[in-house]
Design a protein around this ligand. Structure first.
Ligand code: ADP
Ligand code: MG
Length: 698
C-alpha cells in the first residue's frame, strides 16, 4: 500500500472520534485526502501590530506582549474570561466564552506571548475573542510567516477540529511523507516550467516558507490538476479515434446537393461553410465523429445540423436530432419539413405526446429504414425506439441533457453514430476545454448578413406606460412582440399568477378584435401550446405572452420586440438566449428588460452587461465570472468541474498552458511509453482508472 492510502485513523492525533468526523464532514479517509485538503487562504503572520493601532479595518492582528490580569464576568451561559493583554502601546482585552478553566490553568501571567486573532469593537473598545496564544520563546518546529486557514464547518469547530487543529494534523503528516512521494511530472517539464518538486509543493502549500514559495507551490499543484485532466481528455479522444469505428459517409448525393444548390433560400455564411467542411471531413472517414458546435444565438447552427443530416441520408443511413423541449422539437420539425418539401426524404417527429398508435407505426418505419430523419425530444432515448442504421445524432442545446441520457443514444447501434453537440449559447473556452475537452470543436463566429444589432434597454416598472406606447408603435409597423415572465420552480404558483395577471393586463391594453394576444406556459397541454405557437409564427397574434418555454430555439423572424419582465430574476445566458428570439430578420429589433427598483449588485451587472453587448462569447465570460463554472453549466454535482485547488476562472492561463503541454506530450509519446515520461505514466494510469465511466461518450 502506498503511504498516501494509509487510513487517516493511523495518524498521530487522530482518535476514533476525530477519524469519524474527518470522514463524515470532510470526506478525509486517507493520508492522501488530508494532504489534498488544501488551505483556502493564508494569513500573513510576519507583521507585528501594536494595540494602539487597532482599527476596524485590520482583519487579523498579531500582537506581542503580556497578560497582566485575568477577570471572570457573567454567570452560567454568559460567563466569560477576560485577559488584559498589554504591549508597550496599551492594553487590549482578550475574551473567552469557552474553555475558561483550561486557559486559566495553562496560560501564565507576566510572560511574553504572541497573540493572534480578529479584533472586534465592543462598546467603543477593541477586544479579541478566542485569540490564539503562543509562548514567545520555544520556537515551533515549523515556523511560518503565512498561516494556512482550512475550510471548516460549524460542526467541526464545535468538536475542536478547527482550522488550527487541521493544520496540526497536516504538520504531523508531512514529515512522514519525506522522500516518500513519487514525482508525477517529468524532469523535463519541471525544468521547463520552473516548478518545485511534488514534495516541496505539498510542504509549501501547507506551511509556506514565504509568499514566493507559496505561489510556486500553488502554480505547480494547479498545473498538475489541469494537466492530468487534459491528458485524460486528449487520450480519450485519441483512443476513440483509433478504436471506434464510425459510418463513412462516402458520397454526397441528391439530398445534400439539391438542397444546397436549389432549395436553400440564402447563401451560407463563410463560418457556416467552414464548419460544414470540418464536419464533412470527419464523417467521410470510418471513424466516429465527436464534435461540439458552438455559435451565438441566431448564427445558423440549425441549418448546419440539417445539412449534416443530409450527408447521412445520402449514404442510406438515418439521422436524428434531439431537442430539449417539445416546442423546439416541433419547430425544428416544421422548418425542416418546409426546407425539404421538394425532396424525397422522409421526416418524422417523436415527442412525449406522440399518440400510441402513431408511435407504433413510427417504430416500425424506423426499424425498416423508411424514416430518414427523426426529430424529437427525450422520447428518442426510450429503449423501444430502434433504428435500422442510425449514423448521426445531433443534440441541440445540449446543456439540458444529462450525461447519462446522452450515453444512452450511443447504445442504439452496433457501433456508435457520429455525434454533433450544439450549445444554445457560447460557453467560455475554459469551460468547453474542460467539459468537452475530448471533443473536436467547431465555432460559427459570424452572423448571417443584414442583421441589425438588437437595441437593449433596461427599464423599471415605473416606465410601464412608455413601454405600452412603444408596443403600440411596433404593432402598427406590423411587428410582433414577446412578453416573457420568469418561471422558477420553487415559486411556480406565484410566478403562474404573475404571468396570468400580466396576460390579463396586456389584454386590457390590447383588446380584441383590434389586437390578438397569445399565451403559452408550461401548464398547458402540448396541443394548445402548439396551436398558440402556430398562431404567433403565422403572424395571427401580435403579442406572445409566455414563460421561458420559448427560451431556446424558437424562430419567428417577424418578431422584433422582446420584453422580459422581472428581468433581474433571470440568469445572464438565459437573458441572452431570450433576446436571441428577436433580431432574426433584417428589421431593427429591441429588447426591453423590465426590473423592480431594488436589484442586487449581481443583478445590476447582468442587466448592464445585456445593455452593453450583444456578443454571446463576451456574455458567457461575464456569466462564468459571476456564477462560477458549476452553476453555469448545471453540473455542480457531477464532479466534472470540481477541482481541488485550480480555479477555471482565475487560473485560466495555467489551464491553457496545461492543455498545450498535454497536447505536445501526446504528440511525441502517445502511449506514454518513453523512459523520460515514466513519472507521468505512473501517475496517469491510476488517475485514468478512477475517471473511467466519466467520459460522456464511451
Ligand atoms: P441558431 O440555432 O444558431 O440560434 P438558427 O439556425 O435558428 O440559429 O438560425 C437563425 C435564423 O437565421 C433562422 O431564421 C435561419 O433561417 C436564418 N439563417 C441561417 N443561416 C442563414 C444564412 N446563411 N443567411 C441568412 N439567414 C440565415
Ligand atoms: Mg437553434
Amino acid at each position: 500500500m502506498h503511504i498516501l492510502d494509509t487510513p487517516i485513523d493511523f495518524l498521530k492525533g487522530v482518535g476514533p472520534a476525530r477519524a469519524d468526523l474527518l470522514k463524515k464532514e470532510l470526506r478525509i479517509f486517507t493520508y492522501g485526502d488530508l494532504l489534498m485538503h488544501y488551505p483556502f487562504r493564508y494569513i500573513d503572520k510576519s507583521k507585528m501590530h501594536k494595540t494602539a493601532d487597532l482599527n476596524q479595518d485590520t482583519p487579523y492582528v498579531q500582537l506581542s506582549g503580556q497578560i497582566i490580569k485575568f477577570e471572570e464576568k457573567g454567570l452560567k451561559a454568559s460567563k466569560r474570561l477576560i485577559a488584559h493583554f498589554q504591549d508597550e502601546t496599551g492594553i487590549v482585552e482578550l475574551v473567552w466564552f469557552k474553555g475558561i478553566s483550561w486557559i486559566r490553568s495553562g496560560v501564565k501571567l507576566h510572560t511574553d506571548y504572541i497573540v493572534f486573532g480578529k479584533p472586534s469593537s465592543f462598546k467603543g473598545k477593541f477586544n479579541i475573542v478566542h485569540p490564539e496564544l503562543e509562548l514567545q520563546e520555544g520556537e515551533q518546529q515549523f515556523s511560518a510567516t503565512l498561516l494556512a486557514v482550512y475550510p471548516a464547518t460549524e460542526k467541526l469547530n464545535a468538536k475542536g477540529l478547527t482550522s488550527k487543529a487541521i493544520g496540526k494534523l497536516t504538520k504531523a503528516l508531512l514529515p512522514l511523507l519525506k522522500n516518500n512521494l513519487d514525482e508525477t511530472l517529468s524532469p523535463e517539464l519541471i525544468q521547463k516550467l520552473n516548478l518545485p518538486t511534488r514534495e516541496q509543493s505539498y510542504f509549501d502549500i501547507h506551511i509556506p516558507k514565504d509568499a514566493k514559495a507559496l505561489i510556486r507551490a500553488q502554480k505547480r499543484l494547479k498545473f498538475e490538476e489541469f494537466f492530468f485532466l487534459q491528458l485524460h481528455l486528449l487520450k480519450l479522444k485519441l483512443t476513440r479515434r483509433k478504436k471506434f469505428k464510425g459510418y463513412a459517409f462516402e458520397n454526397l448525393g441528391d439530398g445534400f446537393n439539391d438542397f444546397y444548390n436549389k432549395y436553400l433560400p440564402f447563401q451560407l455564411t463563410g463560418a457556416q461553410k467552414r464548419v460544414l467542411k470540418e464536419i464533412r471531413r470527419d464523417v467521410r472517414n470510418p471513424q466516429q465523429m465527436n464534435r461540439l458546435l458552438q455559435g451565438d444565438v441566431g448564427s445558423g447552427k440549425t441549418l448546419v445540423a440539417l445539412l449534416s443530416m443530409l450527408m447521412a441520408v445520402d449514404n442510406k443511413y438515418q439521422a436524428c436530432l434531439m431537442a430539449p423541449t417539445e416546442i423546439l422539437a416541433r419547430q425544428h420539425f416544421e422548418t425542416t419539413s418546409v426546407y425539404l418539401e421538394n425532396q424525397d426524404i422522409k421526416l418524422a417527429i417523436l415527442t412525449g405526446s406522440t399518440k400510441t398508435k402513431a408511435r407504433k407505426i413510427l417504430h416500425e418505419q424506423l426499424e425498416n429504414g423508411e424514416i430518414n430523419i427523426l426529430i424529437g425530444t427525450h422520447a428518442l432515448l426510450e429503449d423501444k425506439v430502434k433504428f435500422k442504421q442510425l449514423a448521426l445524432v445531433v443534440i441541440d442545446e445540449q446543456h439540458r441533457f444529462g450525461v447519462a441520457q446522452r450515453a444512452k443514444l450511443w447504445k442504439k447501434n452496433d457501433f456508435p453514430p457520429h455525434i454533433l453537440v450544439m450549445t444554445a449559447t457560447p460557453i467560455p473556452r475554459t469551460l468547453s476545454m474542460t467539459l468537452y475537452g475530448d471533443l473536436d470543436v467547431s465555432v460559427i463566429d459570424e452572423l448571417p448578413p443584414g442583421r441589425k444589432e438588437i437595441k437593449t434597454m433596461w427599464k423599471t416598472d415605473s416606465s410601464r406606460l412608455q413601454i405600452i406606447g412603444f408596443m403600440r408603435e411596433q404593432i402598427a409597423l406590423k411587428r410582433q412582440i414577446y412578453v416573457v415572465f420568469p418561471l422558477i420552480e420553487e415559486s411556480e404558483k406565484l410566478d403562474y399568477k404573475d404571468l396570468m395577471e400580466g396576460f390579463t393586463a396586456i389584454e386590457r391594453e390590447f383588446p380584441m378584435p383590434e389586437f390578438q394576444v397569445s399565451v403559452v406556459h408550461g401548464r398547458m397541454i402540448a396541443e394548445d401550446k402548439e396551436y398558440e405557437m402556430k398562431r404567433f409564427s403565422e403572424g395571427t397574434t401580435n403579442i406572445m405572452v409566455a414563460t421561458t418555454v420559448i427560451e431556446v430555439g424558437v424562430d419567428v423572424p417577424n418578431a422584433s420586440v422582446m420584453i422580459i419582465e422581472s428581468a433581474e430574476r433571470f440568469g445572464l445566458s438565459q437573458l441572452h438566449q431570450l433576446r436571441g428570439r428577436v433580431g432574426r430578420g433584417t428589421k431593427q429589433s429591441y429588447c426591453i428588460l423590465v426590473s423592480g427598483h431594488k436589484v442586487s449588485n449581481e443583478g445590476k451587472t447582468r442587466l448592464q452587461t445585456m445593455v452593453d453587448t450583444n456578443d454571446g462569447f463576451k456574455i458567457s465570460e461575464v456569466d462564468l465570472s459571476l456564477r462560477g463554472p458549476g452553476d453555469m453549466m448545471g453540473t455542480k454535482q457531477s464532479g466534472e468541474l470540481n477541482f481541488k485547488i485550480a480555479d477555471l476562472v482565475a487560473d485560466n492561463k495555467i489551464l491553457h498552458f496545461a492543455r498545450k503541454e498535454a497536447e505536445s506530450l501526446l504528440q511525441d509519446d502517445e502511449n506514454l511509453a518513453k523512459a523520460e515520461n515514466i513519472n507521468i505514466a505512473r501517475a496517469y494510469h491510476p488517475y485514468a482508472r478512477e475517471r473511467s465511466g466519466w467520459s460522456r461518450i464511451s
